[in-house]
Structure formats: C-alpha cells, structure tokens
Design a protein around this ligand. Structure first.
Ligand SMILES: Cc1cc2nc3c(=O)[nH]c(=O)nc-3n(C[C@H](O)[C@H](O)[C@H](O)COP(=O)(O)OP(=O)(O)OC[C@H]3O[C@@H](n4cnc5c(N)ncnc54)[C@H](O)[C@@H]3O)c2cc1C
Length: 426
C-alpha cells in the first residue's frame, strides 16, 4: 500500500494529526434525546502518562478501553466531543453479520474460506456483545433478532440465490423465504428473502456510556471535551498534545476516531457517505412485520434498513449519498425523510409512520466492505480501530478484542483478516 513515509522517518516527527472537527451528524439523532447524558467526564487538565491512550470515545474507543481495562492495562481515553457524540449517537444499531459486501462476492475477492471467516467473525462479534452486556448487566436494550435480507426486485433474485447458497455452504443458519412465504407471513412486496437467525440490536449510545463507566471502574481514565491536536511519534511510544496544552505520553496509541481518522493515514482508504435516518413515534402495532419484528434490509443500492425499538418505534435508515459537505447533506434531509416514509408505506401499508425525529449522519465505505483493524506500517506504536461501513458496530468489537490481544502479546487468528495489508491479496 502506498507508504509516503516509513516508521523510522516518523520517529520524532510531529504530525498535526487532526483535521478540523467534522460535522458528523445533523438534526436530532434519537438516542441522546431518549437517554439524555448518562455521564460526562472531566477534560484533561494536566500532563499524564499511560500504557495505552485510546483516541475517541465512540463505540469503538469504548469497546477498546473496556477490553484493555478489563485486562488490567493502564488506559486513558480522550475525546474532543462529549463521549458517544460522534457517529455512535446517530447509529440505528442493527447488529448483523451480513456486511455490505455479500458473502458470495467477498468469496470472489478473497476465496470462499477467508470470506466465510470474515462473516463468522462478525457473527461471533454479536455473540460477544451479548456476553458483555449480560456479564456486566449493561442497560442498553440489547436483544437478539433475526435478520431478513430481501431481493428488492425480480432482477436481483439470481444474486439472492447465490448469496443463500454461499451462506448455507459456510454453515450459517438461513432460511429461504419465497414470494409465497413472504405473502403468507408479511405485507412485504419483495419476490424473495433470506432469513438469518443470528442478528441483534441495541442502543449504541447507552452501550457506549455503559462500557466507559465499566472501564472507569476498572481504572481507565476518561476525559471528554479534550481535543488532541498533535501527535508525536517517538522511538518508544507517542506523545499527544491537547488543545488545552496538556501532554499525554503513552506506550501505545489506539486510533478510534471513526470517520475522522484519515488524517493519520498516508493515503485515503475510504469514501465518505451520508446516510439518512428517522425514528417514529411509539406505534400501536406492527401488522405485516414478520419474524417477531426482525431486522430488515434489501439488495438495492442504496438500500433501506429498518428495525423496531423496545418502546415500539420504527427506526429506519438508508438512501445513502456520497458525502460532499454537511450543508449539502442537510439540505437533502427533508426529501430523504419523505422518501424513507414512502418506501416504508410500500413495505408496510398497514402501519402508520408518524415521524418523531429525523437526522443525517456520515459513515465511510471501504471498497471491499471490510474494516481496517490493526497496525499501519507507516504509523508506529498505533493500532487502528476503524469499524468502517454500515455494520461498523460488529467491527468495533472485533477491533477491541484484537487490540487487547496485541497489547497483551496474545496470538489472534484475525491478524491478517482485516488488516491494511489485505489489499495485496486481491
Ligand atoms: C445514521 C447511521 C446509521 C448507522 N447504522 C448502523 C447500524 O445499523 N449498524 C451498525 O453496525 N453500524 C451503523 N452505523 C455505523 C456505526 O454507527 C459506526 O460504525 C460507529 O458508530 C462508529 O463508532 P466509532 O466509535 O468508530 O466512531 P465515532 O462514534 O464517530 O467516535 C469517534 C470519536 O472520536 C472522537 N475524535 C475524533 N477526532 C478526535 C480528536 N482529534 N481528539 C479527540 N477526539 C477525537 C470524536 O469526537 C468521536 O466521538 C451507522 C452510522 C450512521 C451515521
């Protein structure tokens, strides 16, 4: 991959690492309105030192900090916003092992075995999130859900069939839903679908707050409203400088800055997208919604994705656009909201959809749908936890486990699956 500079050249060099704060979300994302501000943390007032500095306190940084603190690693977390107020606050938080790149297409790129491993690891991540929630008693509305992937029209039936065959061959618990079955069990107009057993949903904002509180109890030091403005890579670690003038020395750096991470990388690795979401008022019923209010998404590009909440709302998102600038994105919000409502009516004519809040958010796509987790050869002492893509949350979990293992010197079988070096495998 294009290294414009190597690790040794970086040592001692100061990198003005950070772009101006990006406008990640607009309007009124639902979770912070519903949940309020469960906790705030002190801004960093003086110099500090630690084993691992985690940059970013969204779901990726919180998961990394929690795993490290649980393992007894001395950890400091820094965020320039209030914690969990980046993309995490706007996430619709469907948990799916099925990533944007279908398994059969990923198999064409990387071979069936390796592609299946990526998918299996994403499924494991949902189980792992469930275990963390259960073990720590985190109050974040986590629920296991089935997930229905629909062919948007007849022209997409062939690719849905290929996907079904690939998932079956890889050992996933999936059912084929023909037009007849869809008609019998739902109001959905699609020609066919694949129902997967292994999905889930949660409230990403409350989960992130819960993880940070649990990490703090295990000794992690957390500072929000603390922008890191410079990073200096030294022979034995990194030194971060905050906007307030404090210095943080760390042996290792975890870069969990979400879609604002590109400034760390010598070459761009993603394309930014805008996505649009809304939440309804609580509804009286869900006629026509199959499989106990399963997660739903479809093959069209851009597609819509939807779920319900424990207090009987619909959370609906999609109709992504290439990100240009926040103002252009925000101008689209009313039209995108109307389009999402129209699409919902086609899927569920029996469910009225009074919109409570609508918002737009930014996320990043990689060309193979996989995240970037691990070391970049041009950035010493640092691990990236970049859960890019529409299914970023499962990736955030995998990144956290991987980074913890690396810091502890444990082997981790995923080392090369999601790393920066995978491009050379194509
Ligand atoms: C509308 C929408 C819907 C989505 N739906 C889903 C879904 O259904 N399922 C799913 O799995 N994923 C979904 N995603 C993606 C998922 O939400 C993201 O992958 C995830 O929230 C990213 O978390 P993060 O912690 O990596 O990034 P963020 O939450 O953005 O956190 C990064 C943090 O880094 C901090 N930071 C950045 N730079 C600095 C700096 N210089 N100094 C200090 N702090 C800094 C920021 O302030 C921020 O808080 C969705 C995203 C959006 C926008």
């Amino acid at each position: 991959m294009g290294e414009r500079f190597g690790p040794t050249q970086l040592h001692g060099i100061v990198i003005p690492t950070f772009l101006p704060r990006m406008d990640l979300l607009s309007s009124t994302p639902f979770w912070p309105i519903q949940d309020g501000l469960p906790a705030s943390y002190p801004a960093l007032a003086g110099d500090a030192a630690c084993e691992v500095a985690v940059l970013g306190a969204g779901i990726s940084g919180a998961l990394a900090a929690w795993h490290l603190a649980e393992a007894g690693v001395d950890t400091i977390v820094l965020d320039r916003r209030d914690v969990a107020h980046g993309s995490t606050a706007g996430s619709t938080s469907l948990l799916q092992y099925e990533i944007d790149e279908p398994l059969h297409r990923l198999a064409r790129r990387f071979g069936p075995e390796r592609a299946a491993r990526c998918y299996h690891r994403c499924r494991d991540a949902i189980d792992a999130i469930g275990r963390i929630v259960g073990r720590r008693g985190l109050d974040c509305a986590f629920e296991r859900k089935q997930s229905l992937f629909l062919a948007s029209h007849r022209g997409h039936l062939g690719r849905l069939e290929r996907e079904f065959a690939a998932r079956r061959a890889a050992g996933f618990a999936v059912e084929w839903w023909s037009r007849g079955r869809l008609r019998a069990e739902s109001s959905l107009p699609h020609p066919a679908g694949i129902l997967s057993r292994d999905g889930g949903q949660l409230d990403s904002y409350r989960f992130t707050h819960g993880l940070l509180a649990a990490a703090e109890r295990r000794g992690a030091r957390i500072h929000d409203r603390t922008a890191v403005t410079r990073t200096q890579f030294r022979a034995r670690g990194v030194e971060l400088r905050t906007a307030g003038g404090a210095r943080v020395r760390a042996r290792h750096l975890v870069i969990a800055t979400g879609y604002e991470a590109e400034s760390f990388l010598p070459t761009p690795h993603t394309s930014l997208q805008s996505t649009f979401a809304l939440v309804s008022e609580p509804l009286a019923g869900f006629p026509g919604w199959p499989a106990r209010r399963c997660l739903i998404w479809e093959t069209a590009d851009p597609y819509v994705y939807l779920r319900t909440t424990p207090d009987d709302r619909v959370l609906l998102g999609g109709y992504d656009e290439p990100f240009r600038d926040p103002r252009a994105r925000d101008r689209l919000l009313p039209a995108k909201t109307a389009a999402l409502v129209r699409r919902f009516r086609q899927l569920f004519p029996g469910i009225p959809l009074p919109v409570a809040y609508a918002w737009a958010g930014t996320f990043a796509r990689t060309d193979d749908g996989l995240p970037f987790i691990g070391r970049h050869p041009g950035v010493p002492h640092a691990w990236f936890a970049l859960g890019f893509g529409g299914n970023g949350i499962t990736y955030s979990l995998l990144a956290a486990e991987y980074i913890r293992d690396q810091v502890l010197g444990r082997p981790n079988a995923d080392a090369e699956l999601f790393g920066f070096g995978r491009a050379s495998l194509r």
